[in-house]
Design a protein around this ligand. Structure first.
Ligand code: ATP
Length: 388
């Protein structure tokens, strides 16, 4: 039974102005697959390295199974880590690489062989057991690295962007394999990635980080459906959520002004009761690309868009167009002032709509897009927190 608790975990590197990891508290449950996700430099690897004992903490503790291990050496922690670059021993065969940790622990030879073969079978590596790493493809090396970590059944399994060196197709199949491995072994796993698709498909729960701070922890569904703030809303989901500054007006029905147009918004208070206190105030509207469709004669809320880009993806198309006025207003100004709860990458002046295939869609040809306001999200314009 191995639960990992991070208590106010903080890391400031010498010369670093802001902490790389800033007061992160989080429990990874026994047997859970937790994904740490966030943009480059947000502190993911540093957290993983502190759990493994490869990096000292500036403040706070790592607790495994109720025991504080903050000051323990890496090898005392019974943790296996897989790095992005695999770090295989080049002079050893696959079987020797995989059995290395067991030999160090002086396990009986037949037992080592059995565990290596069992793991190799699971990873489809049986026919490569006698090869050296240089005679393997990138994907096979990655499997060996995982096999080497898994074979000794560690208490905790840490993976740092393990699929990032693989091509797109292999990444998808390795993702499925990782999920299967976890189903089978149920080793408590912390998986670092900057790829939100990997996070959504692999994680029992996902912890989203931005600039060293934990933004939200939840199941993939919770983060997608109920993002705590604008950063999480913009980060989870592809293409990203669209944002614009709007004002709601009291009335029957409530109306919303966006870029000079006024739309009726009858059900909004039922879904977001706190908006009643925000009438007349600038707030940020969030709409996922799927909340758009090609407008029909009865559509209630319609924006006119001139496509600047049209991406065909089989059945559906992504239409890029200039955001209605105010699209990035809540994050304008010095990027250094952007609150941690706001996604800096969403300052873009473009919106993306995901619509069904339609012959008339073309760059430069105006199109009327209907907004499904029942799928709208709202955020505070200043601090980025979701308005419930
Ligand atoms: P990436 O996805 O790019 O690997 P990350 O989220 O894993 O990024 P970290 O590697 O944890 O980010 O780095 C967090 C911050 O700490 C970064 O600003 C980085 O430059 C800084 N940092 C990391 N290691 C050191 C170090 N040894 N000395 C000084 N600063 C460091």
């Amino acid at each position: 039974m191995s639960a990992v608790r991070l208590e106010h975990l903080t890391k400031t590197f010498p010369g670093g102005a802001a902490p790389a990891v800033d007061d992160v508290s989080l429990t990874i449950r026994d047997g859970e697959f937790l994904v740490l996700v966030g943009p480059s430099g947000c502190g993911k690897s540093t957290i993983l390295r502190m759990i493994a004992g490869l990096e000292d903490t500036t403040f706070g503790d790592v607790v495994i199974d109720g025991q504080k291990v903050t000051d323990w050496a890496p090898k005392q922690r019974d943790i296996a880590m897989v790095f992005q670059n695999y770090a295989l021993y080049p002079h050893m065969t696959v079987a020797e690489n995989m059995g290395f940790a067991l030999r160090l622990r002086r396990r009986p030879k037949p037992r080592i062989r059995e565990q290596v073969e069992d793991t190799a079978h699971l990873l489809g590596l049986e026919e490569y057991l006698e090869r050296k790493p240089k005679a393997l493809s990138g994907g096979q090396r990655q499997r060996v690295a995982m096999g080497r970590a898994l074979v000794r059944r560690p208490r905790v399994f840490l993976l740092d962007e393990p699929l990032s060196n693989l091509d797109a197709k292999l990444r998808v199949s390795m993702r499925a394999e990782l999920a299967r491995l976890h189903q089978r072994y149920r080793v408590t796993t912390v998986y670092v990635t900057h790829d939100q698709v990997e996070a959504m498909t692999l994680g029992d729960r996902i912890a989203v980080l931005n600039r060293g701070r934990l933004q939200q922890v939840g199941t993939p569904e919770e983060l997608y459906l109920a993002p705590a703030n604008r950063f999480v809303a913009g980060f989870m989901g592809s293409p990203s959520m669209n944002f614009a500054t709007v004002v709601l007006h009291d009335g029957d029905p409530v109306t919303m002004s966006l870029d000079g147009a006024v739309f009726p918004f009858p059900d909004v208070l039922r879904r977001c009761p706190d908006l009643a206190g925000r009438f007349g105030e600038e707030i940020v509207l969030g709409l996922r690309p799927a909340a758009f469709s090609l407008a029909g004669p009865d559509s209630a809320a319609v924006v006119e868009a001139v496509p600047l880009g049209v991406e065909a993806l089989g059945d559906e198309k992504h239409v890029l167009f200039e955001a209605p006025h105010g699209g990035g207003a809540a994050t304008s100004g010095d990027p250094g002032d952007v609150p941690v709860a706001v996604d800096e990458s969403s300052v873009s002046r473009l919106w993306t709509a995901k619509v069904q295939q339609h012959a008339g869609l073309a760059i430069g040809r105006p199109v009327r897009l209907a907004l499904d306001l029942s799928a709208a999200y709202f955020f505070d314009a200043a601090d980025g927190y979701a308005i419930p």
